[in-house]
Design a protein around this ligand. Structure first.
Ligand code: PRP
Length: 218
């Protein structure tokens, strides 16, 4: 049975949204409505039978898990923190950065026997990183500018996103250890993949072909 309802894709507002729209335009889709969105949050890409939903990263996962969006574009950082039941099908290659353990320069983080305090916006990521090392740590959840925590002596280290490294550098901090690489991922609702398999797979094939061509032309 032909389902003519647009496929709904939730995009993480900001850079990932822009990079995804750039990718869709490379596929020849007319993204004028998204480019001229104003304050609108649901926008059509009619020639691709897509509907774009603009949301915060955590909410992209929530909407895809609940099946109100068929697909989503979200950073691996959010996926690692939130987990959830969906398929992670494509590494889109953009939005590249990493999770790292960092702290004040020239300090031996692993020295001493006391329980270390780790400040982070990503408590689950930090907890599993140290659990894998068999290391007991105290996690303190911080909402933004986590770099402040070691500077204020609240924490021995932070687990945070590092992109260019300038925030660390300009605050006298350094990476002690890489935790995990991060990039944008295409996620798909489990039921949508069954019900609209052909459309979703066709879109994914186009995306993968474009990503391959980009890689080859580097
Ligand atoms: C992120 C991250 C670092 C910074 C790293 O914060 O938490 O603070 O970017 O980027 P850099 O390595 O290029 O300096 P963001 O700018 O998202 O702001 P936030 O702290 O308010 O979340």
């Amino acid at each position: 049975m032909q389902n003519n309802k647009p496929l709904r894709i939730a995009l993480t507002k900001g850079r990932l949204e822009k990079d995804t729209i750039g990718l869709f335009e490379s596929l020849g889709f007319d993204c004028t409505a998204v480019r001229e969105k104003g304050r609108r949050l649901i926008l059509p890409i009619p020639d691709a039978n897509l509907e774009v939903v603009l949301a915060k990263a955590n909410d992209v996962i929530t909407y895809v898990e609940h099946g109100v969006c068929d697909m989503g574009v979200v950073g691996k950082d959010t996926i690692m923190e939130m987990h959830g039941k969906f398929y992670e099908l494509v590494d889109l290659g953009f939005g590249r950065c990493k999770f790292a353990l960092a702290g004040k320069k020239n300090e031996n983080f692993y020295a001493g026997v006391g329980v270390k305090t780790i400040a982070t916006k990503y408590p689950n990521v930090a907890r599993s990183f140290f659990a894998a090392k068999g290391m007991d740590v105290e996690i303190v959840k911080i909402e933004g500018s986590v770099e402040l925590a070691p500077l204020l002596d609240l924490a021995n280290g932070i687990v945070d996103i590092v992109e260019t490294g300038s925030t660390l550098r300009e605050n006298g901090l350094e990476v002690y250890e890489d935790v995990a690489p991060i990039s944008a991922r295409l996620i798909v609702n489990t039921v949508s993949l069954k019900l609209r398999q052909h459309e979703i797979e066709t879109l994914i094939q186009k995306i993968e072909q474009e990503l391959k061509e980009r890689e080859e032309s580097k």
